[in-house]
Design a protein around this ligand. Sequence first.
Ligand code: TYC
Length: 104
Amino acid sequence: MVTRNPAEPVLEKQRTRAKPPSLFNVVLLNDDFTPMEFVIQVLQIFFSLEREAATRVMLKVHTEGRGVCGVYPRDVAATKVERVTGYARQHQHPLQCVMEENGT
Ligand code: TYC
């Protein structure tokens, strides 16, 4: 006979649909000091953009103040922010990279 160990918690079937996990935009902010070429390199290295796409995103940030580099699950986005910020500081640039919940 199959018996249940009464010490084990019972996992009940979820009654309502689970929401899909939120996605987060990783955003670069403009500043007056970080060289354009450095920003293009960052976009190529950390966001796997081709040089042309990286240049477009950099120019968008430069002219509009901010731009989305990519959209990721929370932990991936947080790691991108950390790595980009660390890389910029290592090179003594004030480049700012932040994440925000993607509402859509
Ligand atoms: N505004 C910078 C400059 O003129 C270039 C720049 C672009 C800096 C994007 C940051 O996220 C940034 N050198």
